[in-house]
Write a protein that binds this ligand. Structure first.
Ligand code: GLP
Length: 242
């Protein structure tokens, strides 16, 4: 794993946007694996700005998102489909038919998972962007996740429900299940870029980079991938101390 320490969230966002921009400019067409959560918002903002200024185009980009809550329609302001439109898709020149997010409202969730896994594999992700849960999750692969998992329905860990409740009016409104790309889906990407910011990620960062490869920290499976870059701010690096 290559680890880059940045001085703050602003610099972390700039480095992230730079890596994504390089991917898009050097490889046409590009398939991006995208993440939600608070961490990538700064980088998405910079990409939107670059697009607005005519320095970057998403015209030849396809995207595959990692996960979605079960039971939230795409019109719900906490669905990941809504998040992606708000923070990226509605502000860049992407063809929205080339954007993909699991459908958490599907009648048959098992079928949805199987077809999403196949779709991601057939598109072939060039660069996968990942955030990190405070419990070491990637996507919604919670502790206990298996290395060979493909897209599946998960029951969210209590710590994840608690972390994400900040975005809902009340904790009782946080969905308890989600669809997530599995560890095997994620590891299939050609390159992986994981970003983490804040003190509450420091333990998960330490376990991910220097702990054993073990399902107790799903992000530690990234040690098995040949091309992973981890970008941290000072707080997220506070226990790893690179
Ligand atoms: C969420 C998402 C993840 C995200 C992580 C961290 O629950 N499912 O894909 O990376 O948790 O989120 P944040 O960046 O808000 O800390």
């Amino acid at each position: 794993m290559k680890v880059i320490i940045t001085k703050d969230y602003q610099q972390l966002s700039a480095v992230t946007a730079e890596v994504i921009t390089k991917q898009i400019k050097q490889n046409t067409p590009s398939v991006l694996g995208l993440a939600t959560g608070s961490t990538p918002i700064g980088a998405y903002k910079l990409l939107c700005q670059a697009c607005k200024e005519g320095e970057l185009s998403f015209g030849k980009v396809s995207t595959v998102n990692l996960d979605e809550y079960v039971g939230l329609p795409s019109s719900h302001n906490q669905s990941y489909a809504y998040f992606m439109r708000k923070h990226l898709f509605d502000k860049v020149d992407i063809d929205q038919s080339n954007t993909h997010i699991p459908n958490g409202m599907a009648q048959n969730l098992q079928e949805e998972c199987a077809s999403y896994s196949k779709l991601a594999e057939s598109l072939g992700v060039d660069l996968q962007l990942l955030g990190l849960g405070s419990n070491g999750h990637i996507g919604f692969n919670e502790p206990g996740a298996s290395q060979d998992s493909s897209t599946h329905v998960v029951t969210l860990a209590q710590s994840t429900i608690l972390d994400n409740s900040r975005l809902f009016d009340d904790i009782s409104q946080v969905p308890t299940r989600a669809i997530t790309m599995g560890i095997a889906d994620i590891l299939r990407a050609k390159k992986i870029l994981l970003i983490a910011s804040g003190k509450n990620k420091a333990q998960a960062v330490l376990d991910m980079v220097s702990g054993p490869v073990d399902s107790s920290c799903p992000a530690s499976f990234l040690q098995l991938h040949p091309d992973v870059t981890v970008v941290l701010d000072q707080d997220a690096n506070s226990l790893l101390n690179y």
